[in-house]
Design a protein around this ligand. Sequence first.
Ligand SMILES: NC(=O)C1=CN([C@@H]2O[C@H](COP(=O)(O)OP(=O)(O)OC[C@H]3O[C@@H](n4cnc5c(N)ncnc54)[C@H](O)[C@@H]3O)[C@@H](O)[C@H]2O)[C@@H](O)CC1
Ligand SMILES: [K+]
Length: 476
Amino acid sequence: MRTAYSVETVRAAERDLMARLPEGALMQRAASGLAAACADLLGRVYGSRVVLLVGSGDNGGDALYAGARLARRGAGVTAVLLSPERAHTGGLAALRRAGGTVSGTGGAEELIARADLVVDGIVGIGGKGGLRAEAVPLAEAAARARAAVVAVDLPSGVDADSGQVNGAAVRADLTVTFGTHKPGLLVDPAREYAGSVRLVGIGLELAAEAELEALQHTDVAALLPLPGAESDKYRRGVVGIAAGSARYPGAAVLAVAGALRGGAGAVRYVGPAAEAVIARFPETLVSDRGPRSAGRVQAWVVGPGVGDDAATVAEVLTADVPVLVDADGLRLAEPAAVRGRAAPTLMTPHAGEAAALLGVAREEVEAARLTSARELAERYGAAVLLKGSTTLVAGPGGGAVRVNATGTSWLATAGSGDVLSGLAGSLLAAGLRAVDAGSVAAYLHGLAGRFAADGAPVGAHDVAEAIAAAWRDVRD
Ligand SMILES: NC(=O)C1=CN([C@@H]2O[C@H](COP(=O)(O)OP(=O)(O)OC[C@H]3O[C@@H](n4cnc5c(N)ncnc54)[C@H](O)[C@@H]3O)[C@@H](O)[C@H]2O)[C@@H](O)CC1
Ligand SMILES: [K+]
């Protein structure tokens, strides 16, 4: 599991550790890891041109010490000081001793244009707000230049805790982060600015709960429901799908397509699209008598393509088994009916649907995805899966939010959400907790999207078909 901790937790762990170590030891660990990453990226250090963008805090100190290490290996290193009188004294002295040079911001853009590597040490976890005005032209010059850009700890200008980006920020090819990932490195929009992320251990002991957790292959493999020798279809769980309408039969077919690949032993479909569902998936149990009379299920999925059928949504919400609410269901569900449920609820909005539920503009949700997911989970007393390039899953009782990074922009295709709902509902029926069902489904779905797309456009049914390959890949 990859985890990310808040700045407050990182600071506390750093204080504990610093009290036990000689002065400056931690910064040397950071600088050594940073210099190694820069050297890897450069390939040949000797003779390369390196520009350090140095702010007024310890983030700049890391850059200066790493620059000194590169200068000792024969790189031509120039430090551009944004606040010359406040630059890290020890770091500056080390750089000078190693033969590095120092420049003000005048002329920095030309230096950047000629550089092989730009190291962004403007600001790290001590940053407040977006980049200050004097740093903006440097960030822009770095973005234009052919140089590789390495961010120290975080791309300067992004918010470490929330992943929000206010105004301009540095766009890095690689971020070298210390001690632990920071939430902003895993959540969009900030994640996009970080490039690939390399974690350098500096010995921090993080006792507190993580802000974010990102499942990896082994975590997902451990959560997948596997049939045992005693399993029959009922023990493996039956998932009920209340989806589709005369107008949108396809949503029903796609939700069933996802559900069939999610580990439940059987899929029961309830609604007006039974003919279309059976034609495509003859193994589905179908009923047109409404959710309550359809027979026992261990979890429901309600909403995809139901149009204005509020009665079905209300009926499903009274069930005493886990319910996944998606798409039209999110609009039609009475908030009080969701909050009043005793069994778990999993809501799966995209940013637009989440915005409607929160009563804010879509852009607000996109800019503050982590806060939005948490807020919705709290308001509804439900697990909330907020879809997007970095899908988030927040639990109703707070705690670490799951973040999924397997997604691909090819998944932004009609019907892809219906497949995800069916898949997650199937995992709920197989007995996974709501947060696990949501995050495992997002993981498999993202991977399936990658496999299906392989660099070309895909339809949602292709994604459903690739879920089995994703499942096998995870178990390998
Ligand atoms: N504390 C530690 O033990 C360690 C810290 N390390 C580094 O130290 C960093 C934190 O250092 P600091 O606490 O000094 O904080 P930073 O260096 O992140 O930033 C604080 C400084 O930047 C200025 N600043 C704040 N917001 C700004 C903005 N938007 N634009 C421009 N300047 C801004 C502040 O006036 C302050 O001088 C970490 O991100 C990491 O890079 C590493 O050396 C590892 C060890
Ligand atoms: K930085």
